[in-house]
Design a protein around this ligand. Structure first.
Ligand code: MTE
Ligand code: MO
Length: 252
C-alpha cells in the first residue's frame, strides 16, 4: 500500500512536470514533447528515461532561452577571448563525409520571387561589403559554441538581388543535399549574415565551404552550410530536419 501510494505520487509528480515543461516549451519555443523525444532519442514509455530527459531538457531549455530569447531581440555578441576552440563540427553525417565544393566552378543559384536571378560566383560574393560577428551557435542536440563568422549582411544581399521582402519564406539547398527554410523577418534581421569566413579564414569544408548562412537568433540546424541555391516563396518549403518533426521556427 505504501509503495503503491508512493508510485502514484511519483506518477502524479511526473505528470505535473511533463505538463509544466510542455507548456513552457510550447509557449516559448513551439516545441512539443514528441519533438523533444525525437531529438533526444528517448522512449516516451520508459518512465525513468522520460524523467531524465525532461530534467535535462528543462535545464538545457532554460539556458538556451537565456541566450536566444533576448528582450532586445538581438543575439548576444562576445569578445574574441570567448571563442570556443576547437569549434565543434556537426552535420547529419560524420566528418569523414564532408562535401568538398569546387571553388572555381561554384555558382550560387537564385530563383523564385527575386528580380535579378543571375547566379553569383565566389569572387563576386567576396567583393560585397563584409561584416563580422562573434556569436553563440546553439545546437538542438544540447551543445553550444562561440565562433566568429564574416560575410555579407543577408538583408543587403536580398535588397541587391531584388528579393520580394513581402514574401513569406526563403528556402535553401545545399551541396550535401541538406535543405532548410526561414521566415522573411529572420532573413532581414541585422545579425543574419551570409558568411564566407570562419575565424577570419575562408570557411573550411567542415564548417560549410563556400558559405554558411549564420543566424544567431536560430538553432544550429537552421544555419545551412554549403549553400548552392536559394529561393524566395510564399509556399512553405520545410527542410531536412523540419520534415522529420523539428519545430520549423526554432528561434526568437
Ligand atoms: N548543409 C548542411 N548544413 C547544416 C547541417 C548539415 O548537416 N548540412 N547541420 C546543421 C546543424 S544540426 C548544425 S549544429 C550546424 C553545425 O555547424 P558547424 O559544423 O559549423 O558546427 O550546421 C547546420 N547546417
Ligand atoms: Mo545542430
Amino acid at each position: 500500500m505504501k509503495k503503491r501510494s508512493m508510485e502514484t505520487s511519483l506518477a502524479d509528480h511526473r505528470g505535473k512536470l511533463i505538463r509544466s515543461i510542455e507548456r513552457r516549451l510550447f509557449l516559448k519555443q513551439g516545441l512539443s514533447l514528441g519533438a523533444l523525444a525525437l531529438l533526444s532519442g528517448c522512449e516516451l514509455t520508459d518512465g525513468e528515461g522520460v524523467q531524465k530527459m525532461l530534467l535535462a531538457m528543462s535545464r538545457w531549455n532554460d539556458g538556451a532561452q537565456a541566450w536566444l530569447f533576448n528582450s532586445t531581440k538581438l543575439a548576444p555578441e562576445y569578445p574574441e577571448s570567448a571563442i570556443t576552440k576547437p569549434f565543434p563540427f556537426n552535420a547529419y553525417y560524420g566528418e569523414d563525409e564532408v562535401r568538398l565544393v569546387d571553388a572555381a566552378s561554384y555558382k550560387l543559384e537564385l530563383s523564385g520571387l527575386i528580380r535579378e536571378k543571375k547566379p553569383w560566383t565566389l569572387p563576386e560574393l567576396y567583393a560585397l561589403p563584409q561584416t563580422s560577428q562573434i556569436t553563440r551557435h546553439i545546437c538542438v542536440e544540447g551543445w553550444s559554441a562561440i565562433g566568429k563568422w564574416s560575410g555579407v549582411r543577408f538583408s543587403d544581399f536580398l535588397a541587391r538581388v531584388g528579393a520580394d521582402a513581402t514574401a513569406k519564406y526563403i528556402g535553401f539547398e545545399c551541396a550535401d543535399d541538406y535543405t532548410t527554410s526561414i521566415d522573411m523577418a529572420t532573413a532581414l534581421h541585422p545579425q543574419t549574415v551570409l558568411t564566407f569566413r570562419f575565424a577570419d579564414q575562408i570557411l573550411p569544408p567542415k564548417y560549410g565551404f563556400p558559405m554558411k548562412l549564420r543566424i544567431p537568433t536560430k538553432l544550429g540546424f537552421k544555419n545551412p552550410k554549403h549553400i548552392t541555391a536559394m529561393y524566395v516563396t510564399n509556399e512553405y518549403p520545410g527542410g531536412y530536419w523540419e520534415d522529420q518533426g523539428y519545430n520549423w521556427f526554432s528561434g526568437s
